[in-house]
Ligand binder design. Sequence first.
Ligand code: OAD
Length: 232
Amino acid sequence: MSKRQKIVILTGAGISAESGINTFRDADGLWEGHDVMEVASPEGWRKNQALVLDFYNQRRRQLKTVVPNAAHLALKELEKQYEVVVITQNVDDLHERGGSTNIIHLHGELKKVRSTGDEDLIYDWEDDCVLGDRCKKGYQLRPHIVWFGEAVPALEAAVDEIYDAHHILIIGTSMQVYPAAGLVGYAPRDANIYYIDPNPSINYELQRRNKLEVFPEAATTGVRKLVDRLLV
Ligand code: OAD
């Protein structure tokens, strides 16, 4: 039996937009009413820990009110026929709830927190995290999110997955935030690249690819079309 082809799926905030979660780069440049650096940087954390914790508490609460959309659900169908890896910049758990089984979270996860004194101490977290919540060593807990200026620990695993991919699906990302936006540069020269986004931005790495097909549309309709085509 021949080895199954491999699909790597790179997703951003746009795939969760139709579930009701706002994307980051909306017209006002704010993230749910906040300057991004206020709530997603080590400086912001140093300045106001209570505000940062509260911001992610609100995001975690919102997660309980939303469900995966047709795009998340369609992606799991690919696993019937392909080896599939989802590499997401999203901190929500909609890929997990949509049924995908192999997921790398590049920018962390809302439903986890970690120690500010020992980054290996990571805990599953369903509800609010407040000042005074501590790890077993006594350090304050913080959101398990990769903030601006911080290292991306999952990057190496993501690069390892993309090296031998046959197909790359890019869905709902503005391709502006590195290193995530540069991952596609590690794909084999002859990999097929598909980019689904109503407002696609063809960055440097994408300009250099000759097997690029763009679907300028919403994730729910674009993913459906592409999945039907890939499943033969
Ligand atoms: P952005 O907000 O930068 O981009 C969202 C993309 O989704 C845009 O290209 C939109 O055109 C597209 N979009 C909007 N509605 C869509 C729909 N219905 N279907 C498909 N696409 C749609 O979000 P990201 O590229 O994910 O980092 O941003 C990357 C990172 O920047 C995030 O992970 C976050 C942020 O700062 C951290 O939190 C560390």
